[in-house]
Write a protein that binds this ligand. Structure first.
Ligand SMILES: *Cc1c(COP(=O)(O)O)cnc(C)c1O
Length: 384
């Protein structure tokens, strides 16, 4: 029997049947433009506002503080460029970390070319940002702090409460990319002291191509797009109604199923225990401060890509790091920031669980991986 085990939930997730079901009517039957005044327009508008409430509820926000975008990437861009351009006059210094998702990192690099000054806070060997380092980097020119809630490759959870607190104390807007944490661990914008927070539907069993940015009331940013008055002038463009409705349903289900997601930590630990039995294998990231669904390993003498391809032949979908960098030959910036050597970073494998995974899935991976690693090492010139 050919198995099919999906262990790449941090890249994307399957749209849940209930989510797809909720979306269907808004493609054809209820196709109105939410800006229209007649009945099917109002109907679309109502569905969209209900979805906004559900997304707000997932993160303890108010409905009016949720702005729909086209992706998590767009939310990150809007938050960072929006604050940067609005506050350029006050100063042009931004603080972020060296292990952000490319949607944040490359936005910051772009802003550097525009004359902004960016401090990239280094991380510990386990991938943790030290809040003291953030505080030390603050100057009277700092206009934004952006640190991700959890890293998408190694799963490390950052001390976001403390960082949010110090941002608030210094009256600096604070953005966090919570794409990997929403629906997996409790996320509350007030507890985190977040002024801006990015979300993406397809990481929580919703559709691709829809995201949201939480913007705390009173936080003012410059829009990136100009057009009609959609999303209260922050993000013009006729709204993706089916996508937004799907996002709302996914957010509602994510809240309901949060305990199951948190419980994945047990499966994760079983996976980690099993795989670390392999000789010369190591865990990347923090042993405890990590996403309940994330396991990331490195194996000496072999390459992550060859492991991913061999796992695929065994019916297991895994990844080397983030989906966005898996087609490039550069070692992951996240693994390099941990202080790994390029060859160590290249020997990494990320397995990310979802609520559809079982102990049997884990047992299967743990049973086939030692053979795969052994075989690849036999072929590796590095192993001798
Ligand atoms: C997936 C991801 C994004 C990008 O979201 P898209 O909706 O795919 O653009 C941003 N940040 C993190 C941490 C992610 O995991």
């Amino acid at each position: 029997m050919v198995r099919s085990i999906y262990l790449d939930h941090s890249s994307t997730t399957q749209v849940k049947p209930e989510v797809a079901e909720a979306m269907y009517p808004y493609f054809s039957g209820k196709y109105g433009n939410p800006s229209s005044l007649y009945a099917i327009g109002r109907e679309a508008k109502k569905a969209m506002e209900e979805a906004r409430q559900k997304v707000a509820d997932l993160i303890g926000a108010k409905k009016e503080e949720i702005f729909f975008t086209g992706s998590g990437t767009e939310s990150d861009n809007l938050a960072i460029k929006g604050i940067a351009y609005k506050n350029r006059g006050k100063g042009a210094h931004i603080i972020t970390s060296s292990i952000e998702h490319h949607a944040v990192l490359n936005t910051c690099k772009y802003l550097e070319k525009q004359g902004f000054d960016v401090t990239y806070i280094p991380v510990s060997r386990e991938g943790l940002v030290n809040p003291d380092d953030v505080e030390k980097a603050v100057t009277d020119k700092t206009i934004l702090i952006s640190i991700m809630h959890a890293n998408n490759e190694i799963g490390t959870l950052q001390p976001i409460r403390e960082i949010g607190k110090l941002a608030k104390k210094n009256k600096i807007p604070f953005h966090t990319d919570a794409v990997q944490t929403a629906g997996k661990i409790p996320v509350n914008v007030d507890e985190l002291n977040a002024d801006l927070l990015s979300l993406s539907a397809h990481k929580i069993y919703g559709p691709k191509g829809v995201g949201a940015l939480y913007i705390r009331k009173g936080t003012i940013l410059e829009p990136m797009l100009h057009g009609g008055g959609h999303e209260r002038n922050i993000r013009p463009g006729t709204e993706n109604v089916p996508g937004i409705v799907g996002f709302g349903k996914a957010a509602e289900l994510a809240r309901e199923h949060l305990p199951e997601e948190e419980k994945l930590a047990e499966l994760r630990d079983s996976l980690i225990r099993g795989i670390l039995e392999i000789e010369d294998s190591y865990l990347n990231g923090h042993p405890k401060e990590r996403l309940p669904n994330n396991a990331n390993f490195r194996f000496s003498f072999i390459e992550g890509e060859s492991m991913v391809l061999t796992l695929d032949m065994n019916g297991i979908a895994a990844s080397t790091g983030s989906a966005c960098s898996s087609t490039s030959l550069e070692p992951s910036h996240v693994l390099m920031a941990l202080g790994l050597k390029p060859e160590e970073a290249h020997g990494s494998l990320r397995l990310t669980l979802g609520t559809g995974n079982t102990q049997e899935d884990v047992d299967y991976v743990v049973s086939v991986l030692p053979g795969i690693v052994g075989k690849l090492r036999m072929m590796s010139p590095l192993a001798r």
